[in-house]
Design a protein around this ligand. Structure first.
Ligand SMILES: [Zn+2]
Length: 342
């Protein structure tokens, strides 16, 4: 098969589009013919070596995949080749203490499609049979591929972890990103009011169209000051943060008393610092979360079918132009998800 992979760490120019080993399904596994794969921030960390692929190089990125079943290994019952599917990207062992507690995203043997295993920047990809869900006919392959990591992570963060309720105020960082554009819609679906940040004025209208009431250009405005102004000096109930560094620190200062900061990524830097007096004197909660459950992914698909959630797709590139697609994301030109289509 053809795949877009890398043999050494670096920028987009390290991505090769060449022949790659065909995946073979083992017992309880399937091979999916990729019809669409979304790019993710974690892809960039894997590519540049900040998060080196655990199985080493060469490596195929791509955590968010839709396609059709190509081959089914032994023991994968009830799955016929040709069926339209979406792949749940998290791998867990099912037997460690955390899996048994129902918290599979903190499994001690946790892994991601496209990180711990080769992913979907390819014509074919292998996954456990237990990780595939039927993709409803009403959802296109492209729309479905924008969901499994970005929208699921935002859903789990806001609904399960922060328990966002009607009339609460939510600050979402980076409306132009996949998780940001998803988080705005999900917070609105929960009945909350949303303030968000953008890095350029041409993304303001886009952020409003998703349901944000207040949009702040973080390059020209102080989002902490703006959050205070927007809430009559009170501060926001929930902040969704995935940038790290200064943005992490200042998102905490934008919270009201008893507020919750949800950290779901560190796309600029893995580090952040805090004036701890804010945390203990205001009784703040700082909650880390990653991904969500396969049941939550099913719930999101239901909301897609009824039109209550709408993944934002910036554009699709042919797989052979993966290098240009990655550069597009590195240059932060995207409004929503960028896809690869074989
Ligand atoms: Zn486990």
């Amino acid at each position: 098969m053809k795949a877009a992979f890398f043999k050494e760490h670096g920028g987009a120019d390290r991505i090769l589009y060449e022949d790659y080993r065909d995946p073979v399904p083992g017992a309880g596994e399937v091979v999916v013919r990729v019809r669409a794969c979304a790019l993710n921030q974690v892809d960039l960390l894997l590519l540049d070596g900040r998060f080196p692929p655990p199985e080493g190089l060469p490596h195929v990125n791509g955590c968010e995949v839709t396609g059709t079943l190509e081959a089914v290994g032994t023991g994968a019952k009830g799955l016929e080749p040709g069926r339209r599917v979406i792949v749940f990207p998290g791998f867990s062992c099912g037997s460690c203490e955390y899996c048994l507690r129902g918290e599979r995203t903190v499994c001690v043997r946790y892994g991601y499609l496209g990180a711990h295993k080769d992913g979907g920047y390819a014509e074919l990809v292998k996954a456990p049979a237990a990780n595939v869900l039927p993709l409803p006919d009403a959802i296109s392959f492209e729309t479905g591929a924008a969901v499994p990591l970005a929208m699921l992570t935002s859903w789990h963060a806001l609904v399960a972890q922060a328990n966002v309720r009607p009339a609460q105020t939510v600050l979402v960082q980076a409306a132009g990103s996949g998780v940001g554009s998803a988080a705005i819609q999900i917070a609105r679906l929960c009945g909350a009011r949303v303030m968000t940040t953008v890095g350029s004025d041409d993304k303001i209208e886009f952020a409003r169209s998703l349901g944000a009431e207040r949009v702040v250009n973080y390059r020209t405005q102080d989002f902490v000051e703006e959050a205070k102004r927007w809430t009559n000096k009170r501060g926001v109930d929930v902040a969704v943060e995935h940038i790290g560094g200064d943005t992490f620190e200042r998102s905490v200062y934008a919270l009201t008393r008893l507020g919750t900061l949800i950290t779901i990524g560190s796309h600029d830097t893995h580090w952040g610092r805090l004036d701890l007096r804010h945390v203990y004197s205001k009784n703040l909660r700082i909650v880390g979360t990653n991904l969500g459950s396969i049941l939550e992914l099913q719930t999101i698909l239901d909301h897609l079918v009824t039109g209550r959630l709408r993944p934002v797709i910036d554009r699709a590139f042919p797989l052979r132009e993966a290098r240009a697609a990655v550069q597009h994301v590195l240059d932060r030109k995207n409004k929503g998800k960028v896809l690869l289509v074989p």
